[in-house]
Structures are given as C-alpha cells and as structure tokens.
Design a binder for this molecule. Structure first.
Ligand code: LCS
Length: 394
C-alpha cells in the first residue's frame, strides 16, 4: 500500500492507500465480488481469527473499499477508516458502537437533521439519553456533561447555520472527563480541517458531499485515531451491515483525487459571492466563515485552512422572498445535498431539516427564511449573474 505521509495533499489525494493489483492497473479496480476464496480450510479459519491477511466477505472487507478506507485514513491523519453505504450509516454505527442503555451523548443542537432525529426517535427507545447544546459556547458543553456521558458529537461548521465549534477546546473538555469526541467534518473535508490533529478521536463524513464531489453516489466514512476505538466501530459496522459497495468505493476513489482542485476553485468563488450578497440591498444577512462579519471568523482562521464553499443567508421578506429567489435561479440548481461541482440552493426549514420540530429548528438558529447555498466550480461571474437576475425578481 502506498504511504504518502510525508508528501503534499494533492499527491496524497491521488496516491495514498492505493496498491497494485496483479495486472498493474493504474487505478484500483472494482472487485465486484461478495465473497473470496480461501487457499485451504486452515487459511479460512486464520482469516476469520485475524491470524492471516485476506478478504473473506464484502460486508467485512473488500479490496476496492479497503483502498478507499486507507486513503481516507491517511488524508485525515488517522489510524484506519471505515467506508459506509451512506453518511447516516456512518452516524448510526458510531452511535450504536459507543452508546447504550443509560449512556448519554452531548451533541451540537444544529447537527444535520437526521443525526439528531435518530437519537430522539430511535436510540431513545433503547434508553440512550442526549443533550443538544450550542457547542460553539463551551460553557454549555460543560453544563451538559453528566457522569454517564460517553460521547461528545460535534458538527463544525454546522449544516445549515454555519456555526463553528472550537475542536481543540472541546477535545480538552471531553478528555478531562474520559469522553470520546466525534467530529462530523462533512462541511470541510480533510483538505480544510483535520479534527484528529486538533484532538478529536473520530472523524466522520458524508462522502456524498465534498469527498466524492460529483453528485453521483451516496456514501459515508469514519476514521478513528485509536486502534481500540477503530476495532469497536468496525465490529459494529460488520454486524449492522451498513458497508459501502465496491462500485461506490471505486467512484469515490476517482472523485476524491480532485478534492483540492475543486475546493480551491469553489472557495475562491464562495468568498466573492458572500461579499456580493452581503452588500446586496435585498439581503438581510449572510453567514460565511470567510466574512469578517461572521461571529467566529477568528476561530475559522485558526482551525480551518480554508473557509469552505458553504454559506447561508436570508432574503429580506423572509420565507416568501427566499422561495421567489429559489424559483428564479437558472444556473444554480434547486436541490438538497452539497459539496459537488454544481452550485446548489435549498431551503432547510422545508427540506433537509423539516424532520425537526419548529421549536428545535428555532433553538438551533434555523430560521424559516434561511437559504443554504453550496458553491460549485462553475465560473464565479456566471453564478453572480444568475443570483443578480433572480434577486431582481424578488
Ligand atoms: N452529516 C452532514 C453534515 C450532512 O450534511 C449529511 C447529509 C449527513 C451527515 C448524512 O449523510 P448522507 O447519509 O446523506 O450521505 N446532508 C444532506 C444535506 O444537507 N442535504 O441532503 C443530504
């Protein structure tokens, strides 16, 4: 397997984790196989017992998936990674592996809707307890911690409120109480934020977003820093069965190679678009980590190496004005998801976060008029021209 630990990020994106197959294929091929032949009975028993290397069954492991997992682990500076069928399979596996009857989790209140909903609706039925707090305010975390707290789960920046949590400070608080920290790094990707380097124990991704980047697969990943935590997560994944498929892994391995090139282009545009929106008379407010008006702009500069491509804003006139904008754009696409090559616009209160109660949404800062915007790699001038003509119609 290639180890690119001392090489640059673009080199890692292209080569990390890859290995040669028997024909010298330049890319890792799709091993579309559910099961793998043992050399003999002893080899089969040794593979199951972990005494021999070798693939057994694709839910447990597969060469195409393994290569992607190794690449992601190197990119995130972790011990090992696990790829999943979706980001939510990754989230639910982390919860299933680490929580239990009477255990307690402290989580960011404005996490992606289903990451919160599955605790409230499903894990609660098994006696799991939770507190949702604004993790950008460290004193709220301290107050929420109980003797039963085993996991601190943060999303930064948050979807869609673009709030930023200080990962290093949270890790310090958690480790004082022997609590593990999991960071959903979906909004940044390992290119602009490395949670494990900042003290987190587990990093999680919806790779549907920036990592794959081409709106053609749904997938997830977790990367652990510690071998024991990794083993626990892997064992739960194997029984729960949320594994990635080899074809998904192949497409993700292709998509991730251009992560930095895509993000560089999109981030440059995002900054200009945020500035354009901020000075537009029909815009009430814009939240983008790169703007000095963002309340945590200094923290963003400290813990992120780029400000990302995600922003939220509100059009004057609230929800109705926002709907007119979304119905009037021509180049920007009205769709959920984010982090791809195409610019997407959506309305969280009625779409991605509709599953939360109105009260939970408001507490988390998801106003009814909030519009979420994911900047793609189209030419910046074209995106701004489109927004201008759509805002004229509001
Ligand atoms: N974490 C974050 C921060 C997300 O934004 C999402 C999906 C997930 C986890 C779950 O990943 P999935 O299972 O969808 O791969 N976010 C979505 C969104 O904002 N629009 O559509 C999906």
């Amino acid at each position: 397997m290639n180890n690119t630990d001392n090489q640059g990020f673009n080199t890692q994106l292209v080569h990390a984790g890859d290995y040669e197959d028997m024909y010298g294929s330049v890319i890792v091929p799709i091993y579309q196989a559910s099961t793998f032949k043992f050399k003999n009975a002893q080899h089969g028993a040794d593979c199951f017992a972990g005494r021999a290397d070798g693939f057994i069954y694709t839910r447990i492991g597969n060469p195409t998936i393994d290569a992607l997992e190794n690449k992601l682990a190197q990119l995130e500076h972790g011990y090992r990674g696990i790829a999943f069928a979706s980001g939510m399979a990754a989230v639910s596996t982390v919860y299933m592996a680490l929580l239990g009857q009477g255990k307690h989790i402290v989580s960011t209140d404005a996490v992606y809707g289903p990451s919160r909903g599955i605790l409230e609706r499903d894990f609660s039925r098994f006696g799991v307890e939770y507190s949702f707090v604004n993790t950008a305010h460290l004193e709220e975390i301290e107050k929420a911690i109980r003797p039963q707290t085993v996991l601190l789960y943060i999303e930064t920046p948050t979807n869609p409120t673009i709030e930023i949590t200080d990962i290093a400070a949270v890790a310090q608080i958690a480790h004082k109480h022997n609590i593990l920290v999991c960071v959903d790094n979906t909004f940044c990707s390992p290119y602009t934020q490395k949670p494990l380097d900042l003290g987190a124990d587990i990093v999680l991704h919806s790779i549907t977003k920036f990592i794959n980047g081409h709106a053609d697969i749904v997938g997830g990943a977790v990367i652990a820093k510690d071998p024991d935590v990794y083993k626990k997560l892997r064992q739960t994944m194997i029984y729960l069965g949320g594994n990635m498929d080899p074809h998904q892994a192949y497409l993700t391995s292709r998509g991730v190679k251009t992560l930095a090139l895509r993000m560089d282009k999109s981030q440059e545009s995002a900054m200009k678009i945020a500035q354009f929106l901020e000075q537009h008379p029909k815009i009430e407010w814009v939240k983008y980590p790169g703007l000095p008006s963002h309340p945590q702009h200094e923290l963003a500069k400290k813990q992120m190496s780029g400000f990302g491509t995600m922003m939220s804003f509100e059009v004057k006139g609230g929800i109705q004005a926002g709907a007119t904008l979304m119905d009037s754009v021509k180049l920007c696409t009205l769709a959920v998801s984010l982090g791809g090559v195409e610019t997407l616009i959506q309305h969280p209160a009625s779409m991605t976060h509709a599953g939360l109660s109105a009260e939970a949404r408001h507490e988390a800062g998801i106003t009814d008029g909030l519009v979420r915007f994911s900047v793609g790699i189209e030419e910046c001038e074209d995106i701004i021209t489109d927004l201008k003509q759509a805002l004229d119609k509001v």
